[in-house]
Design a protein around this ligand. Sequence first.
Ligand SMILES: [Cu+2]
Length: 222
Amino acid sequence: MMSWLPENISIEGEEIDFLFYISYYLTVVVFIGVAVAMGYFIIKYRAKPGVKAKYTHGNNVLEILWTVIPTFILLVFILMTQTSWAKLKLAIPQNPPVRVEVTGKQFNWIVRYPGDDGKFGTKDDLVLDNQLNVPVNKQVFIALKGADVIHSFFVPQARMKQDVVPGRTIPLWFTPTKVGKYEIPCAELCGFGHSGMNGEFIVHSEEDYAKWRKKAWAEKDK
Ligand SMILES: [Cu+2]
């Protein structure tokens, strides 16, 4: 399928792309159909000398049709989207291999990694500004928190976007499949520094991830 989006780099993103493209192409078809029909009627029924326009009170059959058809399409979309929604938003993985805590704060993403004990809030936690390091092909679970106002955590390539709300911890999870460096722009206007609020999402190979962990914790203990 022709792609207009940057390459997807997550397993879960494939489903989202699929849904996106269905609604996108359907919209394109309807848009072209409407534009062509409108052009045709504009020319066909243009003002002609001696021809008076017919006044119409409406057409019940048409009214019902253009209510029922879009309703039907919308219902099909809801049903199709529902499985993905339920999977991503309700079936939260219980034992994800990678866990991090990301806090949106004017105007940074504060990333907290648990140390080898796997627990947050202990002495061996590592805290980095604007840098989320993960290994490739592993489920990544992010607990999203907000320190001040509403932000939105966005990794366009992974097709993941989630509002960050102060006072709440919101789960987000996905499985990156491609090694590389990507961006985490804030996608919710959050103040004067919003445009510069941008983190790095770094997907390492398994080997590089182990190396990164070793180095990062060694530097932290210095
Ligand atoms: Cu922002």
